[in-house]
Design a protein around this ligand. Structure first.
Ligand SMILES: [Zn+2]
Length: 359
């Protein structure tokens, strides 16, 4: 692989440049963090940290995140989800190249109920492509892991056939990621059959054989991962499931590490499990719970340090105006800074520091 010899343009990557980025991660033995964003504050903080770490990065929106981006008061929730995601994508398209790194734009879990959101975004993406010659997003995720494998793969095939002509990739889920991510999935692990928390290599092979002729895709495989941060010992991570899947497909197709794996529920994971998963072909690790907490910690600390500014416009004892302290830029910036600091740690854990493919 001669990835280092052909640098990519900074900004949003898609099509061939996206595929080169994924290949560079796997060949270089590192992965990129995929962060759920809800507004320009989180987008800019992620870009800020990616730039100072000279790492490429993945920015993604859940249905709920997109709706919030569009405006939570809008009565038509589906329209808010679609247009909110378009708005976020346009902000990232405009600003990303200023940070000198490659940025993947992605949407997170879409179960059956969220398919109209993804289909609406594909329609928006088709219009955007006609106008600009680039897609709106680098990839979308379809999560029909709670349905039968046949139905899951049939729907993924149908969607990927629409994405491929736009130079877009598809992420699908095989096996169930435990916990709940923004309303998708089950919060109660005891209700989920534990064997379904582990993907079967034969299923990955079937997905590989079905989707490879249609277009580029990645697989969120379950190896005991759970969304959210829980007390340790609830479910055991088994990254070797990823290795077993790669080995099975390698033996059939004579291709090294053929599957592009995605690690969901990365928040709070053991560093050794992360390193093992990357060795087995993980190029993307989702992180949401930890970055949500990081943003809130910065804001919380600011409010605790400046309590008067959140109750009075003029200090009751010193009679000084408090405008410079309650200016929302101050406390939003405090959240951006702690989010960016948490991202520094993610880039380090995933081994992507200094490895941007932009040049
Ligand atoms: Zn997930």
């Amino acid at each position: 692989m001669t990835v280092s010899s052909s640098k990519l343009k900074s900004g949003v990557v898609w099509g061939e440049s996206y595929q080169k980025l994924v290949a560079a991660c796997k060949a270089g033995g590192y992965a990129l963090p995929a962060v759920n964003v809800v507004g320009t504050n989180s987008v800019n903080a992620v870009l800020e940290s990616a730039a100072r770490n000279k790492s490429d990065v993945i920015i993604q929106l859940s249905g709920g995140g997109a709706q919030f981006f569009g405006g939570p008061s809008l009565a038509d929730g589906l329209q808010a989800k679609i247009l909110g995601a378009v708005s976020a994508a346009q902000h990232v398209h405009l600003m990303a190249e200023q940070y000198g790194v490659c940025v993947v734009l992605h949407t997170d879990h879409a179960n059956r109920g969220l398919l109209p959101w993804v289909e609406g975004l594909i329609a928006q993406g088709e219009t955007f492509f006609k106008k600009n010659g680039t897609p709106l997003f680098s990839s979308h995720m379809i999560d029909l892991s709670e349905e039968s494998l046949d139905t899951n793969l049939a729907e993924c095939s149908r969607i990927l056939a629409r994405l491929a002509p736009l130079g877009m990739s598809l992420e699908l889920e095989l096996g169930i990621t435990g916990g709940e991510e923004d309303g998708v999935g089950s919060e109660d692990l005891s209700e989920t059959d534990h064997s379904r928390l582990y993907t079967h290599p034969e299923d990955v092979l079937r997905a590989f054989d079905t989707l490879t002729p249609i277009g580029h895709f990645s697989v969120a495989a379950s190896f005991g991962n759970v969304h959210g941060v829980y007390a340790p010992g609830n479910v055991k991570l088994k990254p070797e499931i990823l290795k077993n899947s790669q080995d099975l497909i390698e033996s059939r197709h004579k291709k090294q590490k053929p599957v592009n794996f995605v690690f969901h529920g990365g928040s709070g994971s053991d560093k050794k499990d992360i390193a093992d998963a990357i060795t087995y072909g993980v190029f993307k690790m989702n992180i949401d719970t930890d970055t949500q907490f990081a943003f809130s910690q910065g804001v919380g600390a600011y409010v605790t340090q400046n309590p008067e500014a959140f109750r009075y416009q003029i200090h009751p004892e010193t009679h000084k105006p408090l405008k410079s302290l309650y200016d929302p830029r101050k406390w939003l910036r405090a959240g951006e800074k702690t989010l960016a600091t948490r991202m520094d740690e993610a880039f380090k854990d995933l081994g992507s520091v200094g490895k941007t493919q932009a040049g």
